[in-house]
Design a protein around this ligand. Structure first.
Ligand SMILES: Cc1ncc(COP(=O)(O)O)c(C=O)c1O
Length: 429
């Protein structure tokens, strides 16, 4: 473990900290991953918990740490920034340069509006589509995650199968009226999308889609088909690139798959580990954030205390600079592919009835043998998945319950250790 301002504690103190968390926070934590892991620090692609246990990290803060934890260049610029004041609620040079870099990189983006989280970005993107189109309904895909807003949480992890296009609210507290404003289709099913557009064209403002939905790649022609249908029917197309932006390629999934939406959302990588996200897109659509451009009635009001925060923008800008260097994506894809190939070989060796779903920068094991193309076909055996995740954690591999995120900083030693842990876990399963 690196030297730290936060030295390791013993397991009794660790248990006390877990108990304190249970007492002062509902469900004992922040609501994210298991509350029994308390992470103290990270460096490159390793993290250490408060008791000093070391993990190879594929959680990566749920994606932002794509150049690795505590990257010295990101640290240097953010530490210098912090010393000059941490937030101003006014334009700052880092935020302006970050917006310019995003415009340069992402094919769909002519202008950018910063917010603090991907949830916020998606909520505003849906509102922006409604403001631009002057219509109320949004089409989304079952299993697609677009943040925690009332609209975002329709049919993201539905517990019952609805009849498309009816959506299911994934959370208590979502008004029924919101449910009625969302149309839900199966991912990779252009025929259903076309039929829904035909029926609802007069009230449909836009389509929001993860171009690579959780672990599920788009089938050839799916994104192109959405692009075509949206264009022919005057519907706005939004790619949620909170995960895929600057990860699948420097220009995001829109560059990787060669399909340009009208608007998109971004988060995670662009904040370099700090709270920052964005909506970007065509200037005539983004104009709704500008009262002088669209007038009082069509103006979309939007402010946020920490939007475009200078420390976050500086971290994001440096992260993008590092990502842009030659060889970075090639290395990250090669490391991801090495894990995928090794996992497949190990599953075959142990006769595990499962499959790897995803692509090199983001993938996981799914415990079923379906042809995976949408939410329902991607649902695996939850008991086996829980055993697998526990087995990996026990062997020093930290990941989310449902995916591996790859980073520039994953080394050959990380990959070898992970393959050994996976093989031992498969043997146990
Ligand atoms: C595709 C997608 N959109 C939106 C979000 C929400 O982002 P945030 O957690 O920053 O609110 C996430 C978060 O994982 C995401 O994966």
């Amino acid at each position: 473990m690196p030297d730290s301002v936060n030295p390791a504690i013993d397991t009794t103190e660790e248990d006390a900290l877990i108990a304190l968390a249970r007492q002062v926070m509902p469900a004992g934590g922040f609501g994210n991953v298991s509350h029994t892991v308390i992470v103290a620090r990270g460096r490159e692609c390793r993290v250490w918990d408060v008791a000093g246990r070391e993990y190879v990290d594929y959680l990566l803060g749920s994606g932002p740490m794509i150049v690795g934890h505590a990257h010295p260049e990101v640290l240097a610029v953010t530490q210098a920034c912090v010393a000059e004041g941490t937030t101003f609620f006014a334009n700052n040079p880092y935020g302006i340069r970050l917006a310019a870099e995003i415009v340069d990189a992402m094919p769909a983006v002519e202008q950018v509006r910063f917010v603090s989280s991907g949830s916020e970005a998606d909520m505003y993107a849906m509102r922006l589509m409604r403001a631009f189109a002057g219509k109320d309904k949004i089409l989304k895909f079952e299993g697609g995650y677009h943040g925690m807003s009332d609209y975002g949480l329709i049919s993201t992890t539905p517990k019952r199968a609805s009849n498309f296009p009816e959506g299911v609210a994934d959370s208590a507290g979502i008004p029924r009226s919101v449910q009625q404003e969302m149309l839900v289709a199966p991912y990779n099913d252009l025929a259903t999308v076309a039929a829904l557009i035909k029926e609802h064209r007069h009230e449909l403002a836009g389509i929001i889609v993860e171009p690579f939905q959780r672990l599920i790649p788009p089938e050839p022609g799916f994104l192109e088909g959405l692009r075509q249908l949206a264009m022919e029917n005057d519907i706005v197309l939004c790619f949620d690139e909170v995960v895929t932006g600057f990860r699948f390629a420097y220009g995001g999934a829109q560059a990787y798959y060669g399909v340009t939406p009208d608007i998109c959302t971004m988060g995670k990588a662009i904040g370099g580990g700090f709270p920052l996200a964005a909506i970007g897109g065509r200037a005539d659509i983004m104009a709704h954030f500008d009262k002088a451009a669209v007038g009082e009635d069509r103006f979309m009001t939007q402010i946020g205390t920490l939007s475009g925060n200078p420390v976050a923008a500086a971290a994001g800008l440096k992260t993008l600079e590092i990502l842009k260097r030659p060889g970075g994506y090639k290395h990250m894809f090669a490391q991801g592919q090495a894990l995928i190939d090794g996992y497949k070989a190990s599953m075959q060796k142990h006769g595990v009835a499962a499959q790897i779903v995803g692509d090199a920068p983001m993938f996981d094991i799914v415990f079923n043998q379906n042809k995976v193309r949408d939410y329902r076909s991607c649902m695996g055996d939850p008991a086996l998945a829980a055993k697998y995740n526990a087995g990996m954690r026990k062997r020093g591999i930290l990941k989310s319950e449902s995916k591996h995120y790859m980073a520039l900083a994953h080394t050959d030693a990380d990959i070898e250790q992970t393959l050994r842990a996976f093989d031992a876990t498969m043997a146990e399963l």
